[in-house]
Design a protein around this ligand. Sequence first.
Ligand SMILES: *[C@@H]1O[C@H](CO)[C@@H](O)[C@H](O)[C@H]1NC(C)=O
Ligand SMILES: *[C@@H]1O[C@H](CO)[C@@H](O)[C@H](O)[C@H]1NC(C)=O
Length: 268
Amino acid sequence: MKATYFLANFLITSLSIMVGLSLSKLARPAIPAIAHHFGTKGRYEEVNPHLLDDILFVNKSLVAPPSPDCRAIHMVSVIRHGTRYPTTKNVKKIARLFELVVSHASGSASWLNDIKTWKMWYTEDMDGRLVEKGRDDHRHLAMRLAQSFPTLISEDHLRANRIEFITSSKHRCVDSVKAFQEGLHRLWDVQDMDYKHYVDDSLMRFFDHCERFVESVEKNKTALKEVERFKSSAEMDAVRRKISSRLQIPYSQFTPGNLAFYISGQFV
Ligand SMILES: *[C@@H]1O[C@H](CO)[C@@H](O)[C@H](O)[C@H]1NC(C)=O
Ligand SMILES: *[C@@H]1O[C@H](CO)[C@@H](O)[C@H](O)[C@H]1NC(C)=O
């Protein structure tokens, strides 16, 4: 349940530069209705449903300065990587669970047949890498931020290296920070610049490097007691029993670990 981020540090001069943006609507992609049940974070589209119709939609009144006298000076954005594949560890768990259902579940329901004939298409080498939607998350976010804060995120500032990009070394984060810059380059039709970023794991993956965090949270069983309480709760038990009964697979085959995070979205 770790989150990995990159930081976009927008360093701003006192100049106020307006950038005229003409943004065309992009075609609405085919998104399965169950999409919002999946993933380790909510989609931007969940928070702002206007994005389903127009991925570049910005509500200008929400990003207006609190008073007409205020001027944007500096902005720091901490941005999570985009939509990604499951990590290797989770691909293995999904595969084991799928095997269990294929080999042990019984019944004649058509949904069971649908599950059994599903193709397990996740492969271990996907290992948490970005999917194309994840790159789009960042391209579009960059364009929306540029539209929201045109005096900060502008082509001039980008070209003058006043916008600083810091990322962790994690491949999905490095790919996200590149996609973010790609979004800006596309917006301004920049063709003569490379992408730039700094890797700083002590800042962006503090959960690996910060001794106090590792000792007091990561290795500390009591710090994560809510997770244990969730796994051993009556609600979790009810879900295990319900799934076990519908698939006609012994209850003991489902552990809270596999059930909670890997099966419920698909089978409940
Ligand atoms: C934009 O935000 C304002 C303030 O929250 C809200 O009143 C308005 O309905 C929003 N406009 C759209 C199109 O969502
Ligand atoms: C472990 O976590 C608990 C609960 O947050 C906290 O009270 C305790 O001080 C932590 N132990 C260490 C060694 O940091």
